[in-house]
Design a protein around this ligand. Structure first.
Ligand code: 4AD
Ligand code: MG
Length: 434
């Protein structure tokens, strides 16, 4: 009989059969006449047992010679083993070595510093923690897409090379663009989504965004993925309702299908189970008073920094919205608050347990003249925004949207301290390798 090639995740359905696993050796132990091979293939991990005398001499010798991270095809009989994490074990009968490394694998069981691990990210991806985090990330992306698809939103892929500044001129990456001068790498797809929402009503995008962040913090990357949504005829409150529904849907989905990964990461899931609508809303001005009481005073008008966000979120069990920031702390496109014109109709969503901002959103300025004067106040190049202003000339409506930072959200859900592990190959001010 020709052996069946299956994935480790399918072993449970093949108890008593002889199958072949194609994967890598991540550890090997020997106990006299028995070798224990720890195998992984991306879908899971399993132990293969090689007993001298129960396989050919050649097979045993090959197994004995294996080095860490050797790539192999292992054939064996699947046995139930309740003590094993995978519930099964493989009694090895044959092995084909695809490639046996000539050098020692650089990553070992001993503690490595974070710089060493980041320098070896291309190999570190094979370890169990990165595997768990990135599987959660993959699932989060499909849950978020499902959330919008189920509700009839239209996916609009916005450009990465752009001619207008979306957020702040101080964090732009630019590239030479033929005879047209400079193009900027998108900081956000928002302005284009606003155009699309006037055509399609409810839209979203999900793509890479770029910020030349000169700060080295545990919350900043220079390249990160953002999920953005924009809805016509929606105000700031409706925008927050959509966000709390989405975040709760996401957390619930991860809790339901990534139990194994969360456990491996040692994530306490109790705080995540509390993530259910409604989320508290506090105004920026209330936050300033609260910060004063908590011994972290800031001046009215200043933006909240990471430290302030941490202190604030520790006061609540759920994510919180901070609404109506001062105009000067936020981007030009936010709608002025008619009840207090020093502020804008916006909301940042801060994740609990000290994590801080994961979403920035607002109602958009829909008045042509007010928007034009904000563009002038900010000294933005008016010609580049002509198309954006057109949206306020032809059927302008109240509309709102937001952007969720994927890596910050994954950092929170996985209970990590630093954002760099939430993306396969992190880009920061000091890292472009590997
Ligand atoms: O708050 P931001 O700057 O908002 C916008 O870009 C809006 N145009 C979005 C919109 O309304 N459509 O960024 C949104 C989110 C932040 O809340 C944060 O989670 C994430 O993007 N983010 C970053 N994540 C990692 N590294 C950085 N340097 C980030 N900057 C923002
Ligand atoms: Mg923000």
């Amino acid at each position: 009989m020709k052996d069946k090639r299956i994935y480790i995740s399918q072993l449970q359905d093949h108890i008593g059969e002889t199958v072949t696993i194609c994967g890598w050796l991540y550890n090997i132990r020997s106990k006299g006449k028995i070798l224990f091979l720890q195998l992984r293939d991306g879908s899971g991990r399993v132990q293969g047992v090689v007993v001298k005398g129960q396989c050919t001499e050649e097979c045993f010798a090959s197994c004995e010679s294996l080095k860490m991270e050797a790539s192999i095809n292992v054939t064996g009989m699947v046995r139930e083993d309740r003590r094993a994490p995978s519930g099964v074990e493989l009694t090895v009968t044959d092995i084909k070595v695809v490639q046996n490394p000539e050098e020692d694998y650089p990553i070992s069981k001993k503690e490595h510093g974070i710089d060493f691990l980041l320098e070896h990210r291309h190999l570190w991806l094979r370890s169990s923690r990165p595997e768990a985090i990135l599987k959660i990330r993959s699932n989060a992306v499909s849950i978020l897409r499902r959330f919008f698809n189920e509700r009839g939103f239209i996916l609009i892929d916005t450009p990465i090379l752009t001619g207008s500044i979306g957020e702040s001129a101080s964090t732009l990456f630019s590239v030479d663009y033929f005879d047209l001068g400079k193009a900027y790498l998108a900081q956000t797809g928002q302005l284009y989504l606003e155009a699309a929402c006037m055509a399609f009503g409810r839209v979203y995008n999900f793509g890479p965004t770029f910020r030349a962040e000169k700060s080295k913090t545990r919350r900043h990357l220079t390249e990160f993925w953002m999920l953005e949504s924009e809805v016509a005829f929606l105000d700031n409150e409706g925008n927050m309702k959509l966000q709390e529904e989405m975040v709760s849907y996401l957390v619930e989905g991860i809790l339901a299908s990534n139990e194994k990964e969360l456990e491996l990461l040692g994530r306490d899931t109790e705080p995540l189970k509390k993530v259910k609508p409604p989320f508290p809303r506090i105004t920026y001005s209330e936050a300033v008073k609260l910060l004063e009481k908590l011994g972290k005073p800031i001046q009215w008008g200043d933006d909240l920094g990471g430290d302030e966000e941490t202190v604030l979120t520790e006061q609540f069990e759920k994510p919180i919205f901070i609404v109506n920031y001062p105009k000067e702390a936020k981007a030009f496109y936010m709608k002025e608050n008619p009840e207090d014109t020093r502020t804008v109709l916006c909301a940042d969503l801060l994740a609990p347990e000290g994590y801080g901002e994961i979403i920035g959103g607002s109602q958009r300025e829909d008045d042509y003249h007010k928007l034009l004067s904000r563009i002038r106040e900010e000294k933005l190049p008016e010609e580049a925004y002509a198309w954006y202003l057109d949206l306020r000339k032809f059927g302008s409506v109240p509309h709102s949207g937001f952007g969720l930072g994927l890596e910050r959200t994954i950092t929170w859900i996985t209970g990590n301290r630093h954002i760099r592990e939430a993306i396969p190959f992190p880009r920061t001010i000091s890292r472009l390798y590997p």
